[in-house]
Each structure stands twice: as structure tokens, then as C-alpha cells.
Design a protein around this ligand. Structure first.
Ligand SMILES: Nc1ncnc2c1ncn2[C@@H]1O[C@H](COP(=O)(O)OP(=O)(O)O)[C@@H](O)[C@H]1O
Ligand SMILES: Cc1ncsc1CCOP(=O)(O)O
Ligand SMILES: [Mg+2]
Length: 283
């Protein structure tokens, strides 16, 4: 999590890894993977608080995913409390599912508090393609520069006014550069870009798409990673590698989406650097 007054200075956090990544014309997968393992280790050690304004469907699963990974979730969207919760959290998730009036008001207060306290936040524009109001809210939030926008292909096409189907890398990168946010596009292969660096994460399992709120929980996990990693691109990669590798481990002992949803929590809480190095598929 970000340092606070009085915290010891942690010189190890950035290493020279960032220079390796920044300078590389071709992605150095091994360096990225070491960075991902480092993010997971810090998550476990620091147990960051992640405040989530999220939809009614996703709340319990999201909280369980965060807890299993080592973070501490909170979920209130009460206008009286949300600023205090965000102010004392290490990162914020803003998810636009079940976007009622209370959530809309809470989102404004939460983003104000995140910005006032220099806390990173993630935008998950759930079903932005399905209602003009949601599109307006998402557009208004994008200009406030979330650290990461996590979304699926349909949501990207709507928000970026791009053709349906898998976007070209150049379109993703242009969107990220214009927004000033990292874009994490999920699917069978997740793609993350900050407009300059691009990673593909080919981990995960097809049953993940059959479990409600898997994407929402993934976005929350990215927020947890952001709490301990200043490089938002690396945090987005880390969140998706961790979830994808956990899902692959879980699939071995599952018989379908229902058992995978439970087994992924066990796998997340047990995951270590060895699993990541053995199973991660980062291109
Ligand atoms: N066919 C698949 N193979 C592997 N992983 C997948 C597949 N479909 C989705 N996932 C994973 O499931 C998670 C949720 O992604 P997605 O289904 O695209 O989100 P959303 O729920 O927002 O539509 C991501 O971590 C993604 O990597
Ligand atoms: C996460 C999720 N998965 C299926 S419905 C849902 C919540 C989305 O809420 P809304 O229907 O308001 O977009
Ligand atoms: Mg989604």
C-alpha cells in the first residue's frame, strides 16, 4: 500500500524492474512475472484495504476473492460513510452494475475522496453498452482518470465507440493513452495496455465466464494490487495473472462453474510464487 507518514521507506518496491520494462521493445516476460510475484507477496504482507462500490450481484463473491487473496474488503455505499471508508482505504473499486441513485451519489463521493487522498481507483463499467445513463456516468468517470479501466469487449466497443469484436491493439493503446488510464480488456486472453506497453495474459478457464461477477471480482483484485504497486500496468497484469492461475489450479479439482467458484477461493488463498512461475502465461 502507499506509504503513509512515518512508514519506513521501502526502496525494494520499484527495483530496477520498471526500467527493464520501460526500456524493452519486446516484453520481457520473465521480468514481468517476477514483478507479478512481488506484487502478490506484498499483497499478502500488507493486507491492503480495498473499498468497493459494486453491484448487488457481485458483492459477496468480490469480498471473498479479496479476502482469499489477502486484502481486506469494505462495501458500504452509504452517502454518510463512504468518504470516510475510502479515505481510510488503500484503493477503491467503482463498478457500475446495479447503478441505482444511491450508488451514483456514493460513486461521486468515493472518487472525490480517493482523489483527495491520492488513492488509486479502478473503473469497471459493467453493461455500459446497455443504457445511455450508464454510458454518461462512465464517460464522466473516465475524465477523472481511474488508474485502471477493466472491461470486456462489448463494454470497450461501447465506451470507445469502436466496432464490435476484438479491438485492434492500436485502438486499445490509443484509448488508454487518451484516457490516461491503463486499459485491462478481459476475455479468453486478457490484454493490458497503458498506451505504450502491452501484455497478454492467457491464463484462466472457460468456466470463469459462466460464474457471475468473475469480471467484477477480477477488477477488485486489480484494485488490491494497485494498493501495493504504483505501476498501474503491472498491477493490472498481476491481478489477472493471479486470478487466472488460481482458476487453473481450481479447475483441476472442480466439475463445473459451481464448484470452480468455491475452489478458486481456496486456490487464491494458497497461491504462491512457485505456482505463478510454473503456470503464468504472459506474452
Ligand atoms: N474463455 C476463457 N478462458 C479463460 N479465461 C476466461 C475466459 N473467459 C473469461 N475468462 C476470465 O474470466 C474473467 C472475467 O472475464 P470476462 O468474462 O471477460 O468479464 P465480464 O464478467 O466483465 O464479462 C477474466 O479474468 C478472464 O480472464
Ligand atoms: C455482475 C452481474 N452479472 C450478471 S448481472 C450482474 C450485475 C449487473 O448489474 P446490472 O444488471 O445493473 O448491469
Ligand atoms: Mg463485467
Amino acid at each position: 500500500m502507499r506509504s503513509r507518514p512515518g512508514d519506513p521507506v521501502d526502496h525494494a518496491v520499484s527495483l530496477d524492474r520498471s526500467t527493464v520494462l520501460d526500456g524493452a521493445a519486446v516484453l520481457d516476460g520473465a521480468a514481468v512475472l517476477d514483478g507479478v510475484a512481488d506484487v502478490l507477496a506484498r499483497l499478502r504482507e500488507r493486507r491492503p484495504r480495498v473499498h468497493c462500490i459494486t453491484n448487488t450481484v457481485a458483492q459477496a463473491f468480490t469480498a471473498n476473492v479479496l479476502l482469499a487473496a489477502g486484502a481486506v474488503p469494505s462495501m458500504t455505499h452509504s452517502a454518510e460513510e463512504v468518504a470516510a471508508f475510502v479515505g481510510s482505504a488503500d484503493a477503491l473499486l467503482v463498478n457500475l452494475g446495479t447503478l441505482d441513485g444511491e450508488r451514483r451519489a456514493a460513486i461521486d463521493l468515493a472518487v472525490d475522496a480517493a482523489m483527495a487522498n491520492a488513492r488509486p481507483w479502478v473503473l469497471d463499467p459493467v453493461f455500459v453498452d446497455r443504457s445511455p445513463l450508464r454510458r454518461d456516468v462512465a464517460a464522466g468517470l473516465l475524465v477523472r482518470r481511474p488508474a485502471v479501466v477493466r472491461l470486456n469487449e462489448t463494454e470497450f466497443a461501447s465506451l470507445a465507440a469502436a466496432p464490435a469484436g476484438p479491438p485492434e491493439t492500436a485502438a486499445l493503446a490509443a484509448f488508454a493513452a487518451e484516457a490516461g488510464s491503463v486499459v485491462a480488456l478481459t476475455g479468453a486472453t486478457d490484454r493490458m495496455t497503458d498506451g505504450r506497453r502491452l501484455a497478454g495474459v492467457a491464463n484462466g478457464h472457460r468456466w470463469m465466464a459462466r460464474i457471475t461477477a468473475m469480471g467484477c471480482a477480477g477488477a477488485a483484485l486489480v484494485a488490491a494490487c494497485l494498493a501495493v504497486e504504483d505501476d498501474a500496468w503491472l498491477a493490472a497484469v498481476a491481478g489477472h495473472v493471479v486470478l487466472g492461475v488460481a482458476a487453473e489450479r481450481a479447475a483441476v479439482v472442480s466439475s463445473g462453474p459451481g464448484s470452480l467458484a468455491v475452489a478458486i477461493l481456496d486456490a487464491l488463498s494458497d497461491l504462491d510464487s512457485k505456482d505463478l512461475h510454473e503456470r503464468a502465461k504472459v506474452e
